[in-house]
Design a protein. Structure first.
Length: 144
């Protein structure tokens, strides 16, 4: 029975193509964002770091700063801009995931930690880098 269900989903073109298109688009946005920062002297520590608190898209380092990068891409403005999607709830998830990362990797505790947001509006094909969008101690909502 389980094999029949798996086969049903595997043969469904709408299910698999939508899923893969979304994943490919998000991965491409993250690669573009990472390259943008690497061209500016940042070194990649890790990507797609998962924990029970959520996912951190990119972790980078430059000089004495550890940067947690959230990448947001939007193809339409139907649900708001990419920047607007980094609301207070998302910030809290990222902060908790970063704290967990630092707890698991104490060698990075000596660095100043910050959160940058990179937004890509696909309909305009532009990339915007929002430096220091919020910090580990942030309580205010990221605007813009």
């Amino acid at each position: 029975m389980l094999n029949k269900i798996k086969a049903l989903f595997a043969s469904s073109p709408t299910y698999s193509s939508k899923k893969h298109k979304h994943l490919n688009s998000g991965a491409a946005a993250e690669i573009r964002a990472r390259k943008h920062l690497e061209e500016r002297g940042f070194d990649t520590i890790d990507t797609n770091v998962y924990s029970r608190f959520g996912e951190i898209d990119i972790i980078m380092i430059k000089d004495d700063e550890l940067v947690f990068v959230e990448v947001r891409q939007r193809t339409t403005m139907s649900y708001g801009s990419a920047a607007q999607s980094v609301h207070i709830y998302k910030q809290r998830k990222l902060i908790n995931a970063a704290r967990y990362f630092l707890q698991q990797n104490p060698e990075f505790n000596k660095y100043y930690a910050r959160f940058d947001v990179i937004t890509i509006e696909s309909n305009k094909n532009n990339l915007q880098w929002h430096l220091c969008a919020f910090s580990l101690d942030s309580q205010s909502e990221y605007q813009k």
